[in-house]
Design a protein. Sequence first.
Lengths: 307, 162
Amino acid sequence: MSPAFHELHWARDIEVSEYLMPSSLEEALAMLAQRQGKARVIAGGTDVVPELRRRDYQAETLVDISRLPDMDGIAQEGGDIVMGPLVTHAQAADSDLIQKKAGALAAGCLAVGSPQIRNVATLGGNLVSGQPAADASVPLLALEAQVTIASGEGERQVPLREFFVSVGETVLDPGREILTQIRFPALGEGQGSSYQRLSKRKALTLPMLVCAVVVSADAAEGVINNAAVALGPVAPVPFRESQTEAFLAGAKASREILVQAAETATAQCTPRDSLLRGSCDYRQEMVKVLVRRGLASALRQAGCTLD
Amino acid sequence: MSTMQISFKLNGEDVAVEIAANTLLVDLLREELGLTGTKTGCREGECGACTVLVDGEPFNSCLLPAMKADGRQVTTIEGLGDDEGAVESIQQAFMDMGAAQCGFCTPGMILTAKSLLDKNPAPEEAEIRQALTGVLCRCTGYRKIVQAVQAVAQHNGGEVTS
């Protein structure tokens, strides 16, 4: 059978022989450890179910973590926002705290799929799926998020910048480990964020491009203290555009500067020509547009006037 | 293959069923429980024909392992109206407006609209369109579907804005 045929004709059913619903994190980790890589974690299931139908990987057992206690909260702890991995996209998009103190993340979460998908798809899942177009992952990367990963052996903290490895692959082993927390600094006075998305339709569509921007500025002086620019899907993983960030650090906020900054934003972009997402050339040009718009919007939120 | 017992409330009635580990909710509803009002379209979460309400919110039942229904309240299109033929106002509005052609998307449309109207009895057009983004209709162009929801919204005291 040709690969194209296979792509269009997935198996009708998923193939698993055991479905477990642990009621504590310890129990879930023990279940994974016992099955030595033959089990896989499922949360919302909006990626895992299609992946299993496509036979992207085998799993004899699904360990459903969706009912683990205390994993679906959104709270502020000191200067940080702390989220459980089971927070859904709908929940994050609706959260006052996320809208006010991490606006780009609320906007990214609202752009995912449909209400049906957002009601069940989790932020932890969005990260662990490791897709370069992930609408929640790109803003979390710009927000300097770090995640906690637990396994039978203990816990580790990983900055999101070091989390993504390749398409569909992260430093987390989904047969052994569970992402247990997402943490990032809350935005405040003199800061702003923006989420820009290019897609073929307004809803229910994967993005052709995603850009998340977070800025800190001295509005009185009109100076950009620092800017974070995260991009996807223009490389195998979502990433931070360090050249643009370096260019903007300490720069005077003006329209002209933003145009110049946007010109630097394609240094690490290597998008493929794609029937789904447009040509490489087109997307390289549009990256600049989204970066410029994102910076302008975030700087206005931070109190800067651009002329 | 291990099987498991789950119990949940389906259209207001308690059900307990034995399911296989790989059973998806849409197949449990249609093939085990005979409720074929819920449609199977794409089986990958794109079309919304399989939409059911779980605890009042719309979900794609093709992406939900049936185990996730355990202990929840599930509403399918069969749960609206009663056995004597009475229908809910949103169903009546779909009939009055001619908001169905082939009918394949209609259960998902009606359940999604019901979920919106239960939370927000008089939504504006933009809210209606946003709420219905997860169900695809390839016949009607959506206009009459939106008008049907607007008719209920208007009846509930909302203003029709378009």
